[in-house]
Ligand binder design. Structure first.
Ligand code: ADP
Length: 427
C-alpha cells in the first residue's frame, strides 16, 4: 500500500487505463490528421477540376467570339462565311456538351438524378447510335462495325432510355476521340449475370440474365494504373494526360453513375498502344415484351409546313432567343406577339382569346412559365402551350405537362424539332 492508500494492483490498473486512453487519443489524432489530409486533397482535386472545366468552357467560347468577330470582316466570300458559321456551331455544340455534363454530375452528386424507367428497344437504340456515328468514324478513315446477337424478342428492356443513350454515345465518342486508325466495333448480347466473384447469379426465377454492351477500339489504350481512375469524377482532371484531346473528364464518371443507377456494372479492358474495350451491363428486365416498338422510334424532321394562320405568342425574356423563335415560326403565323414576363403572358392571353399557340419560356422574371401556364389554363384550356426549358434536366417534361403545357422543348432549341412539334399539334 502507498501513501494515497492504493494497492499496487490498483495503481497498475490505473496506469493501464491511462495508457489505453493515451493510445486511443493517439489513434484519434491520426484519424483527424488523415481526414484533414483527405479534405485538403479533395479541395485540391476540386480546384483542379474547376480549372479544367474553366479551360474547357473558355476554349469553345474563344472559337465562338473569335469567329463571330471575323464574320464582320467586310468582303468575306459566302463560302468563308459558311465555314466560320460551321466553326461557331461546332464550338457551341461542344460548349453545350460541357454544360450538360456539369449539370448531370451535380445532380448525381446531390442525389437528385431522376430515373425514368420505360420500355425501350435496345436493338433500335444501338442501331441508331451506329447509323449516327458511322459517317464520323468513316470520315476518320476507320471501320465501324456493329455486332448484335440480341434476339428481337429479348430486346425490350425496362430501363431509362435517355441514360442508356447517353452512356453509349459517350463510349463511342471516346472511342472516336482516342483512336487514330483501325476500327471501332459496338455490340450487344445476352449473357448469364455474374456475381461479384464471377459466379452465376441465381434468383427464385432461376439463373438471371443481363444484357452486355461493348464498345471496342484499336486506339491509344489506357495504362493499367489508370484503368480505375478514369471512372472517378475529380481524379481525372488531375491526371497529366498528354494524349487528352479535349473534354472535362466527366463523361466516364457520368456513365458509371448512370450504369449503377440502372443496376449494372461498367469496366474496361485495355492495353496501351493496342486499344480498349469498354463493357457495361444492364439487368435483363423484360416483363412487358412487345413484338414491335413503334413508340421507341426516333422522329424524323418534317419537310414542309401546311399551317400558316396561327396567332402566336412568344413569351421569352432573352432577346436573342426571342428573335430565333420568331424567325423559326414565322411561316406558321398570321400574327406574332412577343412579351418578356410571365405576368404579361397571362394578361395577353386573357385579352386575346384567339391566340392559338404560346411558346412559353419557363425561366422568366416576375412569374415563371409554369405558374403563367397554370394561370392561363384557368381561363383557356384550348390554346396550345409549348414550354421551352433551358435547364436540360430529365423530369422537365413531366413538370411542364403537369403545369398544363401540351409539349416541351429543350433549349437550345433545335428548329426542326420545334417545327415538327407545331406541325403535329396543329394537324
Ligand atoms: P474526357 O474524354 O472528356 O477526358 P472521359 O471521362 O470520357 O473524359 O474519359 C476519361 C479519360 O479516360 C480520358 O481523358 C482518356 O484519358 C481515357 N479514355 C476514355 N476512353 C478512352 C478510350 N476509348 N481510349 C483511350 N483512353 C480513353
Amino acid at each position: 500500500m502507498n501513501e494515497q492508500g492504493k494497492t499496487k494492483e490498483e495503481l497498475v490498473s490505473e496506469l493501464q487505463k491511462l495508457l489505453q486512453e493515451n493510445n486511443s487519443l493517439k489513434g484519434l489524432k491520426e484519424k483527424r490528421a488523415a481526414e484533414f489530409i483527405k479534405a485538403k486533397e479533395n479541395d485540391r482535386l476540386k480546384s483542379a477540376f474547376l480549372a479544367n472545366i474553366s479551360h474547357e468552357i473558355r476554349t469553345p467560347m474563344n472559337g465562338i467570339l473569335g469567329f463571330s468577330g471575323l464574320l464582320k470582316t467586310p468582303g468575306l466570300s459566302g463560302e468563308t462565311q459558311q465555314e466560320y458559321i460551321r466553326i461557331i456551331e461546332k464550338a457551341g455544340a461542344r460548349m453545350l456538351n460541357i454544360i450538360d455534363d456539369i449539370v448531370s454530375i451535380s445532380r448525381i452528386e446531390s442525389g437528385l438524378m431522376e430515373v425514368n424507367i420505360q420500355e425501350s428497344n435496345i436493338n433500335e437504340q444501338i442501331e441508331y447510335i451506329y447509323t449516327f456515328f458511322k459517317p464520323e468514324v468513316e470520315g476518320k478513315g476507320m471501320q465501324f462495325s456493329f455486332k448484335n446477337t440480341l434476339p428481337e424478342k429479348e430486346a425490350f428492356l425496362n430501363t431509362d432510355r435517355e441514360k442508356v443513350y447517353a452512356i453509349l454515345t459517350n463510349l463511342v465518342k471516346n472511342a472516336i476521340k482516342y483512336t487514330g486508325k483501325g476500327s471501332i466495333e459496338i455490340g450487344v448480347s445476352l449473357r448469364q449475370a455474374q456475381g461479384t466473384v464471377g459466379e452465376p447469379v441465381v434468383t427464385e426465377q432461376g439463373r438471371s440474365t443481363e444484357v452486355e454492351f461493348y464498345v471496342k477500339d484499336t486506339g491509344i489504350g489506357i495504362s493499367e494504373d489508370r484503368q480505375d481512375a478514369i471512372f472517378e469524377r475529380f481524379i481525372q482532371a488531375d491526371i497529366e494526360d498528354k494524349m487528352a484531346r479535349q473534354g472535362a473528364g466527366l463523361g466516364l464518371s457520368i456513365s458509371k453513375a448512370y450504369v449503377e443507377i440502372l443496376g449494372g456494372k461498367i469496366w474496361v479492358e485495355s492495353k496501351e498502344g493496342k486499344g480498349s474495350t469498354f463493357y457495361f451491363t444492364l439487368p435483363h428486365q423484360t416483363e412487358t415484351i412487345k413484338e414491335n416498338g413503334d413508340k421507341n422510334k426516333f422522329l424524323l424532321p418534317v419537310e414542309d409546313a401546311s399551317i400558316n394562320n396561327l396567332k402566336i405568342l412568344i413569351a421569352e425574356d432573352d432577346e436573342t432567343s426571342e428573335m430565333l423563335i420568331s424567325i423559326a415560326v414565322k411561316k406558321f403565323g398570321k400574327e406574332i406577339i412577343s412579351i418578356r414576363t410571365g405576368t404579361e403572358a397571362v394578361e395577353v392571353c386573357r385579352k386575346n382569346p384567339d391566340i392559338d399557340l404560346v411558346l412559353m419560356d419557363i425561366d422568366m422574371p416576375e412569374m415563371n412559365g409554369y405558374e403563367a401556364t397554370r394561370q392561363i389554363r384557368q381561363f383557356n384550356k384550348d390554346l396550345v402551350i409549348i414550354a421551352q426549358i433551358a435547364f436540360g434536366l430529365s423530369g422537365d417534361r413531366e413538370k411542364a405537362i403537369a403545369a398544363g403545357c401540351d409539349d416541351y422543348i429543350a433549349k437550345p432549341i433545335k428548329i426542326d424539332e420545334l417545327l415538327e412539334k407545331i406541325e403535329k399539334l396543329f394537324s
